[in-house]
Design a protein around this ligand. Structure first.
Ligand code: UDX
Length: 437
Protein backbone atom coordinates (compact mmCIF):
# COMPACT_ATOMS: atom_id res chain seq x y z
CA UNK A 1 0.00 0.00 0.00
CA UNK A 2 1.29 3.45 -0.94
CA UNK A 3 0.06 6.77 0.39
CA UNK A 4 -0.79 8.86 -2.66
CA UNK A 5 -1.80 12.44 -3.33
CA UNK A 6 -3.49 13.57 -6.53
CA UNK A 7 -3.26 17.28 -7.33
CA UNK A 8 -6.11 18.45 -9.57
CA UNK A 9 -9.44 16.61 -9.53
CA UNK A 10 -10.81 17.21 -13.03
CA UNK A 11 -11.53 14.41 -15.54
CA UNK A 12 -8.03 13.02 -15.15
CA UNK A 13 -7.40 13.53 -11.43
CA UNK A 14 -10.78 12.53 -10.02
CA UNK A 15 -10.72 9.24 -11.94
CA UNK A 16 -7.06 8.62 -11.10
CA UNK A 17 -7.63 9.24 -7.38
CA UNK A 18 -10.63 6.90 -7.25
CA UNK A 19 -8.83 4.25 -9.33
CA UNK A 20 -5.71 4.33 -7.14
CA UNK A 21 -7.87 3.96 -4.02
CA UNK A 22 -9.62 1.00 -5.64
CA UNK A 23 -6.18 -0.61 -6.07
CA UNK A 24 -5.78 -0.54 -2.29
CA UNK A 25 -3.79 2.68 -1.80
CA UNK A 26 -4.49 5.45 0.68
CA UNK A 27 -5.39 8.48 -1.46
CA UNK A 28 -5.93 12.19 -0.88
CA UNK A 29 -7.26 14.20 -3.85
CA UNK A 30 -6.72 17.97 -3.76
CA UNK A 31 -8.35 20.68 -5.83
CA UNK A 32 -8.91 24.42 -5.31
CA UNK A 33 -12.55 24.18 -6.42
CA UNK A 34 -14.61 23.78 -3.22
CA UNK A 35 -17.75 22.69 -5.09
CA UNK A 36 -15.88 19.91 -6.88
CA UNK A 37 -14.31 18.70 -3.61
CA UNK A 38 -17.70 18.73 -1.86
CA UNK A 39 -19.23 16.64 -4.63
CA UNK A 40 -16.37 14.14 -4.74
CA UNK A 41 -16.42 13.85 -0.93
CA UNK A 42 -20.11 12.91 -1.23
CA UNK A 43 -19.20 10.28 -3.90
CA UNK A 44 -20.84 12.41 -6.61
CA UNK A 45 -19.03 12.77 -9.92
CA UNK A 46 -18.72 16.49 -10.85
CA UNK A 47 -19.01 15.47 -14.54
CA UNK A 48 -20.65 12.63 -16.45
CA UNK A 49 -18.34 9.63 -16.42
CA UNK A 50 -19.80 6.10 -16.40
CA UNK A 51 -18.61 4.00 -13.42
CA UNK A 52 -16.93 6.85 -11.53
CA UNK A 53 -19.56 7.26 -8.82
CA UNK A 54 -19.46 3.53 -7.97
CA UNK A 55 -15.69 3.68 -7.69
CA UNK A 56 -15.84 6.78 -5.48
CA UNK A 57 -18.50 5.25 -3.33
CA UNK A 58 -16.67 1.93 -2.79
CA UNK A 59 -13.34 3.61 -1.98
CA UNK A 60 -14.91 6.11 0.40
CA UNK A 61 -16.85 3.37 2.17
CA UNK A 62 -13.48 1.68 2.86
CA UNK A 63 -12.06 4.97 4.14
CA UNK A 64 -9.13 4.89 1.70
CA UNK A 65 -10.09 7.97 -0.34
CA UNK A 66 -10.39 11.58 0.84
CA UNK A 67 -10.71 14.90 -0.92
CA UNK A 68 -9.66 18.33 0.31
CA UNK A 69 -8.96 21.89 -0.79
CA UNK A 70 -6.10 22.07 1.71
CA UNK A 71 -2.84 21.30 -0.04
CA UNK A 72 -0.93 20.82 3.20
CA UNK A 73 -2.79 17.51 3.61
CA UNK A 74 -0.62 15.98 0.89
CA UNK A 75 2.37 15.92 3.25
CA UNK A 76 1.20 12.51 4.50
CA UNK A 77 1.67 11.07 0.98
CA UNK A 78 4.92 9.77 -0.52
CA UNK A 79 3.85 9.64 -4.19
CA UNK A 80 2.24 12.78 -5.65
CA UNK A 81 0.44 12.73 -9.01
CA UNK A 82 0.12 16.02 -10.90
CA UNK A 83 -3.20 15.89 -12.77
CA UNK A 84 -3.88 19.56 -13.49
CA UNK A 85 -4.93 20.94 -16.88
CA UNK A 86 -2.75 22.39 -19.63
CA UNK A 87 -5.31 24.43 -21.63
CA UNK A 88 -4.50 26.33 -24.81
CA UNK A 89 -3.12 29.82 -24.09
CA UNK A 90 -5.57 32.56 -25.10
CA UNK A 91 -4.88 33.73 -28.66
CA UNK A 92 -1.88 31.42 -29.05
CA UNK A 93 -1.24 27.82 -30.04
CA UNK A 94 0.88 26.87 -27.02
CA UNK A 95 -0.16 25.24 -23.75
CA UNK A 96 -0.73 27.31 -20.63
CA UNK A 97 1.65 25.82 -18.07
CA UNK A 98 0.53 28.00 -15.16
CA UNK A 99 -1.35 25.20 -13.39
CA UNK A 100 1.39 22.58 -13.78
CA UNK A 101 4.09 24.98 -12.59
CA UNK A 102 2.03 26.17 -9.62
CA UNK A 103 1.03 22.64 -8.62
CA UNK A 104 4.63 21.46 -8.85
CA UNK A 105 5.96 24.29 -6.64
CA UNK A 106 3.22 23.66 -4.08
CA UNK A 107 3.96 19.94 -3.96
CA UNK A 108 7.67 20.68 -3.52
CA UNK A 109 6.84 22.78 -0.46
CA UNK A 110 5.03 19.88 1.19
CA UNK A 111 7.08 16.92 -0.07
CA UNK A 112 9.73 15.26 2.05
CA UNK A 113 12.99 13.51 1.14
CA UNK A 114 12.40 10.35 -0.88
CA UNK A 115 8.99 11.45 -2.19
CA UNK A 116 8.16 10.86 -5.85
CA UNK A 117 6.35 13.53 -7.91
CA UNK A 118 4.68 12.00 -10.98
CA UNK A 119 3.40 14.18 -13.81
CA UNK A 120 0.35 12.87 -15.65
CA UNK A 121 -0.75 16.05 -17.41
CA UNK A 122 -0.13 16.38 -21.16
CA UNK A 123 2.80 18.79 -21.39
CA UNK A 124 5.21 20.24 -23.94
CA UNK A 125 8.27 18.03 -24.31
CA UNK A 126 11.01 19.28 -21.98
CA UNK A 127 8.69 20.04 -19.06
CA UNK A 128 9.71 17.07 -16.90
CA UNK A 129 13.43 17.81 -17.09
CA UNK A 130 12.75 21.49 -16.37
CA UNK A 131 10.73 20.57 -13.28
CA UNK A 132 13.27 17.94 -12.21
CA UNK A 133 15.93 20.66 -12.24
CA UNK A 134 13.76 22.76 -9.95
CA UNK A 135 13.33 19.75 -7.67
CA UNK A 136 17.09 19.17 -7.73
CA UNK A 137 17.49 21.79 -5.05
CA UNK A 138 14.91 20.04 -2.84
CA UNK A 139 16.53 17.24 -0.93
CA UNK A 140 16.01 13.77 -2.45
CA UNK A 141 12.70 14.41 -4.26
CA UNK A 142 12.30 12.30 -7.42
CA UNK A 143 10.39 13.28 -10.56
CA UNK A 144 8.80 10.91 -13.10
CA UNK A 145 6.48 11.46 -16.09
CA UNK A 146 3.70 8.94 -16.55
CA UNK A 147 1.31 10.10 -19.28
CA UNK A 148 -2.33 9.15 -19.15
CA UNK A 149 -4.20 7.92 -22.22
CA UNK A 150 -7.74 7.82 -20.89
CA UNK A 151 -10.72 8.62 -23.06
CA UNK A 152 -13.65 10.48 -21.56
CA UNK A 153 -16.60 8.15 -21.26
CA UNK A 154 -14.21 5.19 -20.76
CA UNK A 155 -11.98 6.80 -18.17
CA UNK A 156 -12.43 4.19 -15.44
CA UNK A 157 -11.64 1.17 -17.63
CA UNK A 158 -8.81 3.02 -19.39
CA UNK A 159 -7.21 3.87 -16.02
CA UNK A 160 -7.61 0.44 -14.45
CA UNK A 161 -6.92 -1.59 -17.61
CA UNK A 162 -4.61 0.58 -19.73
CA UNK A 163 -3.13 -0.62 -23.04
CA UNK A 164 0.28 0.24 -21.63
CA UNK A 165 2.00 2.11 -18.82
CA UNK A 166 4.72 4.55 -19.79
CA UNK A 167 7.25 5.78 -17.21
CA UNK A 168 9.57 8.66 -18.06
CA UNK A 169 12.37 8.55 -15.49
CA UNK A 170 15.83 10.09 -15.00
CA UNK A 171 19.02 8.14 -15.74
CA UNK A 172 20.79 5.99 -13.17
CA UNK A 173 19.87 5.10 -9.60
CA UNK A 174 17.18 7.81 -9.36
CA UNK A 175 15.47 6.32 -12.40
CA UNK A 176 15.57 2.82 -10.91
CA UNK A 177 14.14 4.13 -7.66
CA UNK A 178 11.32 5.97 -9.46
CA UNK A 179 10.54 2.84 -11.52
CA UNK A 180 10.33 0.67 -8.39
CA UNK A 181 7.99 3.15 -6.72
CA UNK A 182 5.71 3.31 -9.76
CA UNK A 183 5.73 -0.51 -10.03
CA UNK A 184 4.50 -0.63 -6.43
CA UNK A 185 1.69 1.82 -7.22
CA UNK A 186 0.62 -0.12 -10.34
CA UNK A 187 1.37 -3.62 -8.96
CA UNK A 188 -2.19 -4.87 -9.51
CA UNK A 189 -2.31 -3.60 -13.09
CA UNK A 190 1.14 -5.01 -13.90
CA UNK A 191 0.14 -8.39 -12.49
CA UNK A 192 -2.36 -8.60 -15.36
CA UNK A 193 0.51 -8.59 -17.90
CA UNK A 194 0.08 -4.94 -18.82
CA UNK A 195 3.04 -3.77 -20.88
CA UNK A 196 5.19 -1.18 -19.15
CA UNK A 197 7.70 0.93 -21.02
CA UNK A 198 10.42 2.68 -19.09
CA UNK A 199 12.03 5.55 -20.93
CA UNK A 200 13.52 9.00 -20.55
CA UNK A 201 11.43 12.06 -19.75
CA UNK A 202 11.30 13.48 -23.29
CA UNK A 203 10.18 10.21 -24.87
CA UNK A 204 7.44 9.73 -22.27
CA UNK A 205 6.14 13.24 -22.90
CA UNK A 206 6.28 12.74 -26.66
CA UNK A 207 4.48 9.37 -26.52
CA UNK A 208 1.38 11.20 -25.36
CA UNK A 209 1.52 14.06 -27.86
CA UNK A 210 2.47 11.75 -30.71
CA UNK A 211 -0.41 9.37 -29.90
CA UNK A 212 -2.95 12.20 -29.85
CA UNK A 213 -1.50 13.66 -33.06
CA UNK A 214 -1.79 10.28 -34.76
CA UNK A 215 -5.42 9.90 -33.69
CA UNK A 216 -6.22 13.42 -34.91
CA UNK A 217 -4.44 12.63 -38.19
CA UNK A 218 -6.49 9.47 -38.69
CA UNK A 219 -9.73 11.39 -38.20
CA UNK A 220 -8.71 14.24 -40.48
CA UNK A 221 -7.43 11.80 -43.09
CA UNK A 222 -10.82 10.15 -43.38
CA UNK A 223 -12.51 13.56 -43.33
CA UNK A 224 -10.27 14.65 -46.20
CA UNK A 225 -11.40 11.50 -48.02
CA UNK A 226 -14.97 12.53 -47.22
CA UNK A 227 -14.34 15.79 -49.09
CA UNK A 228 -13.17 13.76 -52.06
CA UNK A 229 -16.15 11.43 -51.76
CA UNK A 230 -18.44 14.46 -51.88
CA UNK A 231 -16.64 15.73 -54.98
CA UNK A 232 -16.74 12.37 -56.75
CA UNK A 233 -20.02 10.81 -55.58
CA UNK A 234 -18.35 8.08 -53.50
CA UNK A 235 -19.32 6.88 -50.01
CA UNK A 236 -16.83 7.54 -47.20
CA UNK A 237 -18.29 4.97 -44.78
CA UNK A 238 -17.80 2.15 -47.29
CA UNK A 239 -14.37 3.52 -48.10
CA UNK A 240 -13.44 3.49 -44.38
CA UNK A 241 -14.76 -0.07 -43.98
CA UNK A 242 -12.74 -1.23 -46.95
CA UNK A 243 -9.42 0.42 -46.07
CA UNK A 244 -9.90 -0.40 -42.38
CA UNK A 245 -9.92 -4.13 -43.19
CA UNK A 246 -6.21 -3.84 -43.80
CA UNK A 247 -4.72 -4.61 -40.36
CA UNK A 248 -1.99 -2.09 -40.98
CA UNK A 249 -4.61 0.66 -41.22
CA UNK A 250 -7.38 -0.55 -38.88
CA UNK A 251 -11.00 0.65 -38.84
CA UNK A 252 -10.87 2.52 -35.52
CA UNK A 253 -10.82 6.35 -35.64
CA UNK A 254 -11.88 6.33 -39.28
CA UNK A 255 -15.38 7.64 -38.64
CA UNK A 256 -15.89 10.61 -40.90
CA UNK A 257 -18.22 13.41 -39.90
CA UNK A 258 -18.02 16.63 -37.94
CA UNK A 259 -14.50 15.84 -36.78
CA UNK A 260 -12.74 15.95 -33.47
CA UNK A 261 -13.30 18.26 -30.52
CA UNK A 262 -12.95 18.05 -26.76
CA UNK A 263 -10.38 19.14 -24.24
CA UNK A 264 -7.49 17.12 -25.68
CA UNK A 265 -6.99 16.47 -29.40
CA UNK A 266 -7.50 20.05 -30.72
CA UNK A 267 -5.39 21.79 -28.07
CA UNK A 268 -2.77 19.03 -27.98
CA UNK A 269 -1.95 19.22 -31.69
CA UNK A 270 -1.76 23.02 -31.46
CA UNK A 271 0.53 22.89 -28.42
CA UNK A 272 2.67 20.32 -30.24
CA UNK A 273 3.11 22.68 -33.20
CA UNK A 274 4.02 25.52 -30.84
CA UNK A 275 6.58 23.42 -28.97
CA UNK A 276 8.09 22.03 -32.18
CA UNK A 277 8.54 25.64 -33.31
CA UNK A 278 10.38 26.50 -30.09
CA UNK A 279 12.65 23.51 -30.67
CA UNK A 280 13.37 24.59 -34.26
CA UNK A 281 11.55 21.52 -35.59
CA UNK A 282 8.36 23.16 -36.83
CA UNK A 283 8.63 21.53 -40.28
CA UNK A 284 8.37 18.08 -38.68
CA UNK A 285 4.80 18.73 -37.60
CA UNK A 286 3.75 21.33 -40.18
CA UNK A 287 1.23 18.75 -41.43
CA UNK A 288 -0.70 19.17 -38.18
CA UNK A 289 -1.74 22.62 -39.35
CA UNK A 290 -3.53 20.90 -42.24
CA UNK A 291 -5.01 18.29 -39.87
CA UNK A 292 -6.47 21.16 -37.82
CA UNK A 293 -7.70 22.95 -40.97
CA UNK A 294 -9.42 19.83 -42.39
CA UNK A 295 -11.10 19.37 -39.02
CA UNK A 296 -12.42 22.92 -38.89
CA UNK A 297 -13.60 22.75 -42.55
CA UNK A 298 -16.05 19.94 -41.68
CA UNK A 299 -17.94 22.32 -39.40
CA UNK A 300 -18.19 24.97 -42.13
CA UNK A 301 -19.26 22.37 -44.66
CA UNK A 302 -22.04 21.19 -42.34
CA UNK A 303 -23.37 24.74 -41.92
CA UNK A 304 -23.42 25.04 -45.74
CA UNK A 305 -25.23 21.73 -46.04
CA UNK A 306 -27.91 22.71 -43.52
CA UNK A 307 -28.42 26.00 -45.39
CA UNK A 308 -28.73 24.09 -48.66
CA UNK A 309 -31.30 21.70 -47.17
CA UNK A 310 -33.22 24.72 -45.83
CA UNK A 311 -33.56 26.08 -49.39
CA UNK A 312 -30.60 28.46 -49.50
CA UNK A 313 -31.26 30.62 -46.44
CA UNK A 314 -31.24 29.90 -42.72
CA UNK A 315 -33.16 33.00 -41.73
CA UNK A 316 -36.15 32.02 -39.59
CA UNK A 317 -35.58 28.30 -40.14
CA UNK A 318 -35.96 26.08 -37.12
CA UNK A 319 -32.98 23.74 -36.87
CA UNK A 320 -32.80 21.07 -34.15
CA UNK A 321 -29.30 20.00 -33.19
CA UNK A 322 -29.16 16.55 -31.60
CA UNK A 323 -26.18 16.56 -29.26
CA UNK A 324 -24.07 19.24 -27.62
CA UNK A 325 -21.23 17.19 -26.07
CA UNK A 326 -18.05 16.78 -28.12
CA UNK A 327 -18.76 13.04 -28.20
CA UNK A 328 -21.32 10.63 -26.73
CA UNK A 329 -21.11 9.40 -23.11
CA UNK A 330 -19.66 12.71 -22.01
CA UNK A 331 -21.06 16.04 -20.79
CA UNK A 332 -17.92 17.84 -21.93
CA UNK A 333 -18.60 20.65 -24.40
CA UNK A 334 -15.05 21.98 -24.74
CA UNK A 335 -14.41 22.70 -28.43
CA UNK A 336 -17.53 20.71 -29.29
CA UNK A 337 -18.15 20.46 -33.05
CA UNK A 338 -21.88 20.20 -32.31
CA UNK A 339 -22.02 23.51 -30.48
CA UNK A 340 -19.71 25.27 -32.86
CA UNK A 341 -22.03 24.37 -35.77
CA UNK A 342 -25.13 25.27 -33.70
CA UNK A 343 -23.67 28.69 -32.87
CA UNK A 344 -22.80 29.34 -36.54
CA UNK A 345 -26.31 28.34 -37.67
CA UNK A 346 -27.75 30.74 -35.10
CA UNK A 347 -25.45 33.55 -36.26
CA UNK A 348 -26.72 33.00 -39.79
CA UNK A 349 -30.31 33.56 -38.68
CA UNK A 350 -31.60 30.07 -37.86
CA UNK A 351 -33.81 29.46 -34.85
CA UNK A 352 -31.60 26.77 -33.29
CA UNK A 353 -32.79 24.29 -30.67
CA UNK A 354 -30.13 22.14 -29.02
CA UNK A 355 -30.76 18.99 -27.04
CA UNK A 356 -28.43 16.53 -25.30
CA UNK A 357 -28.94 13.81 -22.68
CA UNK A 358 -26.17 15.10 -20.38
CA UNK A 359 -24.49 18.27 -21.62
CA UNK A 360 -27.21 20.93 -21.64
CA UNK A 361 -26.06 22.70 -18.46
CA UNK A 362 -22.47 22.89 -19.63
CA UNK A 363 -23.58 23.98 -23.10
CA UNK A 364 -25.81 26.72 -21.73
CA UNK A 365 -22.98 28.20 -19.69
CA UNK A 366 -20.79 28.44 -22.82
CA UNK A 367 -23.42 29.40 -25.40
CA UNK A 368 -26.26 31.07 -23.46
CA UNK A 369 -27.72 32.56 -26.65
CA UNK A 370 -28.88 29.16 -27.99
CA UNK A 371 -32.20 27.54 -27.05
CA UNK A 372 -31.98 24.32 -25.08
CA UNK A 373 -34.74 21.72 -24.77
CA UNK A 374 -34.14 18.63 -22.63
CA UNK A 375 -36.71 16.29 -24.18
CA UNK A 376 -35.72 14.98 -27.61
CA UNK A 377 -39.23 14.89 -29.05
CA UNK A 378 -40.04 18.40 -27.79
CA UNK A 379 -36.77 19.62 -29.28
CA UNK A 380 -37.72 18.14 -32.66
CA UNK A 381 -41.20 19.66 -32.85
CA UNK A 382 -41.70 21.77 -35.96
CA UNK A 383 -38.07 21.50 -37.13
CA UNK A 384 -37.25 22.54 -40.69
CA UNK A 385 -34.07 20.47 -40.48
CA UNK A 386 -32.56 18.08 -37.94
CA UNK A 387 -28.81 17.78 -37.44
CA UNK A 388 -27.43 14.72 -35.66
CA UNK A 389 -24.21 16.21 -34.28
CA UNK A 390 -23.24 13.86 -31.41
CA UNK A 391 -23.94 10.16 -31.87
CA UNK A 392 -25.59 9.27 -28.55
CA UNK A 393 -27.20 5.80 -28.79
CA UNK A 394 -30.67 7.26 -28.29
CA UNK A 395 -30.23 9.43 -31.41
CA UNK A 396 -28.91 6.54 -33.47
CA UNK A 397 -32.06 4.62 -32.55
CA UNK A 398 -34.59 7.30 -33.47
CA UNK A 399 -37.39 6.03 -35.68
CA UNK A 400 -37.82 7.98 -38.92
CA UNK A 401 -41.44 6.84 -39.18
CA UNK A 402 -42.37 8.09 -35.71
CA UNK A 403 -40.52 11.38 -36.05
CA UNK A 404 -42.01 12.35 -39.36
CA UNK A 405 -45.17 13.69 -37.81
CA UNK A 406 -43.21 15.55 -35.10
CA UNK A 407 -40.97 17.68 -37.32
CA UNK A 408 -42.14 20.40 -39.71
CA UNK A 409 -40.03 19.23 -42.67
CA UNK A 410 -38.57 15.70 -42.71
CA UNK A 411 -34.93 16.54 -43.42
CA UNK A 412 -32.05 14.95 -41.51
CA UNK A 413 -28.36 15.78 -41.65
CA UNK A 414 -26.24 12.95 -40.30
CA UNK A 415 -23.17 14.70 -38.91
CA UNK A 416 -21.62 11.46 -37.68
CA UNK A 417 -22.56 9.00 -40.46
CA UNK A 418 -24.35 6.70 -38.04
CA UNK A 419 -27.85 6.50 -39.54
CA UNK A 420 -29.04 4.15 -42.27
CA UNK A 421 -29.73 6.40 -45.28
CA UNK A 422 -31.96 3.75 -46.90
CA UNK A 423 -34.21 3.57 -43.85
CA UNK A 424 -34.63 7.34 -43.55
CA UNK A 425 -35.20 7.88 -47.26
CA UNK A 426 -37.72 5.03 -47.40
CA UNK A 427 -39.66 6.80 -44.64
CA UNK A 428 -39.84 9.93 -46.79
CA UNK A 429 -36.97 11.94 -45.31
CA UNK A 430 -34.34 13.97 -47.10
CA UNK A 431 -31.09 12.43 -45.84
CA UNK A 432 -27.77 14.29 -46.17
CA UNK A 433 -24.38 13.48 -44.69
CA UNK A 434 -20.74 14.45 -44.95
CA UNK A 435 -18.92 12.28 -47.49
CA UNK A 436 -21.95 10.33 -48.62
CA UNK A 437 -24.15 10.81 -51.63
C1 UDX B 1 -8.52 11.56 -26.55
C2 UDX B 1 -7.65 10.30 -26.73
O1 UDX B 1 -8.42 9.28 -27.37
C3 UDX B 1 -7.13 9.81 -25.38
O2 UDX B 1 -6.28 8.69 -25.56
C4 UDX B 1 -6.38 10.95 -24.71
O3 UDX B 1 -5.94 10.53 -23.42
C5 UDX B 1 -7.26 12.18 -24.60
O4 UDX B 1 -7.76 12.55 -25.88
P1 UDX B 1 -11.03 12.02 -25.77
O5 UDX B 1 -10.74 13.47 -25.97
O6 UDX B 1 -11.75 11.57 -24.54
O7 UDX B 1 -9.65 11.18 -25.79
O8 UDX B 1 -11.91 11.56 -27.01
P2 UDX B 1 -11.81 10.57 -28.25
O9 UDX B 1 -12.62 9.38 -27.99
O10 UDX B 1 -10.39 10.36 -28.65
O11 UDX B 1 -12.54 11.44 -29.38
C6 UDX B 1 -12.03 12.72 -29.74
C7 UDX B 1 -12.89 13.37 -30.78
O12 UDX B 1 -12.72 12.73 -32.03
C8 UDX B 1 -14.39 13.36 -30.50
O13 UDX B 1 -14.92 14.63 -30.83
C9 UDX B 1 -14.93 12.29 -31.44
O14 UDX B 1 -16.26 12.53 -31.82
C10 UDX B 1 -13.98 12.44 -32.62
N1 UDX B 1 -13.84 11.23 -33.44
C11 UDX B 1 -13.33 10.10 -32.90
C12 UDX B 1 -14.19 11.27 -34.78
O15 UDX B 1 -14.62 12.31 -35.30
N2 UDX B 1 -14.03 10.15 -35.54
C13 UDX B 1 -13.53 9.00 -35.04
O16 UDX B 1 -13.40 8.03 -35.80
C14 UDX B 1 -13.17 8.96 -33.68
Amino acid sequence: MTTISVIGCGYLGAVHAAAMASLGHEVIGVDLDQRRIDMLSASKAPFFEPGLEDLLHDAQALGSLKFSTDLSEISAASVHFLCVGTPQRKGELGADMTFVDAAFSSVLQHATAGDLIVGKSTVPVGTASRLAELAGSADGVLVAWNPEFLREGHAVEDTLSPDRLVYGVPDGAAGEQATTRLDEVYADILRRDTTRLVTDYATAELVKTAANSFLATKISFINAMAELCEASGADVTQLADAIGMDDRIGRKFLNAGLGFGGGCLPKDIRAFMARAGELGADQAVAFLREIDAINMRRRIRMVDLVREVCGGSLIGKRVTVLGAAFKPNSDDVRDSPALSVAAQLSLQGADVVVTDPEAIDNARSRFPELNYVADTIDALRGADAVLLATEWTEYRELSPDQLKSVVGVPAILDGRNVLDPGLWRAAGWTYRALGRR
